[in-house]
Ligand binder design. Sequence first.
Ligand code: DGI
Ligand code: FE
Ligand code: FE
Length: 199
Amino acid sequence: MKIADTRKIMKKMEKTLDPKRYEHTLGVAYTAASLAMCYGVNLEKALVAGLLHDCAKCMSNEKKLEICDKHHLQISDVERQNLYLLHAKVGSYIARKQFRIVDRDILNAILYHTTGRPGMSELEKIIYIADYIEPGRKHAPDLPKVRKLAFQDLNEALLQILEDTLEYLQGIGGTIDPMTKKTYDYYEAYMQIEKRQDD
Ligand code: DGI
Ligand code: FE
Ligand code: FE
């Protein structure tokens, strides 16, 4: 069964998002599709999650807060201090309600695309990584290295991005979401264990 009408989602995103965000969205969708090909993950799911991951990005803070309030989506302290973080939670909600996505993995990939989470699925990792490495991204450190790594080892790429993100946030004095830190700690330990098993 078809998961969703990707062309319809694309048209809707073109209307909802500003041109730069739409370009980024296409970049993420096609990068996610390439990673899905590389790792044998469902291609259509990667495309749909990529297309919808920032569907709430161009929404005003008031509107995001209103949706959270109306539909009882819990807002954490860090989210309240950094309202842009809410676009992931609200985006996942919109994907379910407005785009009728029922696939839990796609909804989680949208929900955790900004912070990650411990024990991410392959699809969640792919969206998290594609968001960071898509061709339109210019400013992150180590981009050529991370882009190559993404097609060699999903977990290594994930850990590198988490490390760079934490460093960036510390540098600008941004509040670190406990989930971002938890995800980093989890994959840092996970990779240590994996390396020890290789010895
Ligand atoms: O929506 P995008 O810009 O495409 O990407 P995104 O949803 O991954 O958001 C990226 C921004 O989120 C980037 O500036 C880093 C920030 N971010 C990631 N983790 C945290 C965070 N910001 C805060 N305050 N705390 C976090 O833990
Ligand atoms: Fe985002
Ligand atoms: Fe994004």
